[in-house]
Design a binder for this molecule. Structure first.
Ligand SMILES: [Zn+2]
Length: 287
């Protein structure tokens, strides 16, 4: 069983390393050579390549983190802008409502005056009536107008209460609105500060990344970029963590871990294709 898995690991190591390692570095043909200066040189060379790759990964991951942070901030600003727009609409609606109620209230005040004018006229007419029937008819008219006045006064009381409530709601909404506008100002300043700050940091990291890329041969760099592009977390070179790939967390067999530690060839994860480095090597990299 152990023999089979070791064999499998061996064979997949050979397959996986083909497209990544250049023939002149760390192929089994080279490592099978007699131990000597040449072989030592190869080993050092592979280790350096791994360190260079892992360093590049650390730099590029920092750039990724900066972009993620900067990507989230504009969304917070956008959310606030949406909330403010919503509050402004609500305040506008209240104001329109208040204007409409004020107009209705004013109409009722006018209609009360009209009724009072009519009552006065009917009362004057009652002084000049020719019979009781005419007098009674005018009395009925006066009663009707009085009822109209009472009704209008009732409506005015309702409108007044409604206006008071609406005005309170406007004030409350305007308070929230002014708080949100303050928040928005703060967030916008924060955003522009962070953008300025992180753009500088990003620029210097991009420069660092480009410089680091000079230490890596074309073929490896192409492989690195391809793996990084396809990986959701942008990781192309990962450490072995708790006997597993630091990229996809798949378990790595002991024999394969040993091969990784030997630095004789560049070994990729069987499952996700990321380049693997051992923890000891990873720990030597400080960006
Ligand atoms: Zn993996």
């Amino acid at each position: 069983m152990a023999k089979t898995s070791a064999k499998q690991a061996e064979s997949s190591t050979d397959t996986n390393q083909v497209d990544i390692s250049a023939p002149e570095i760390g192929t089994s043909a080279t490592t099978n050579q007699q131990p000597g200066q040449d072989s030592d040189k190869v080993e050092i060379s592979i280790e350096k390549k791994l360190v260079a790759l892992f360093s590049l990964q650390q730099i590029d991951s920092q750039i990724d983190r900066i972009r993620i942070v900067r990507g989230e901030l504009p969304l917070e600003v956008e959310d606030l802008e949406d909330e403010i727009a919503g509050l402004e609409t609500r305040v506008d609606n209240y104001i329109q409502e208040v204007e409409s109620v004020e107009k209705q209230l004013h109409d009722k005040q006018i209609s009360i005056k009209d009724c009072q004018t009519l009552i006065k006229r009917y009362e004057e007419q009652q002084n000049n009536v020719r019979n009781n029937r005419e007098y009674d008819a005018l009395t009925k008219e006066i009663e009707f107008q009085s009822l109209e006045i009472q009704l209008a006064e009732k409506r005015i009381r309702e409108f007044t209460a409604q206006l008071a409530t609406s005005r309170e709601e406007i004030e409350a909404a305007q308070n929230v609105l002014s708080d949100r506008r303050n928040d928005l100002d703060i967030k916008r300043n924060e955003l522009s500060d962070i953008v300025t700050e992180t753009e500088l940091e990003e620029k210097s990291l991009i420069h660092k990344s480009e410089e680091q890329q000079h230490f890596i041969e074309e073929r490896l760099l192409t492989a690195y970029k391809r793996i990084r592009k396809n990986a959701r977390n942008g990781l192309a070179v990962v450490g072995v963590e708790r006997d597993a790939c630091g990229g996809c967390f798949s378990a790595i067999p002991p024999q394969r871990q040993l091969d990784i530690r030997l630095h004789k060839k560049i070994i990729v994860c069987e499952y996700c294709g990321r380049i693997l480095v051992d923890k000891e090597l990873a720990d030597t990299v400080h960006i």
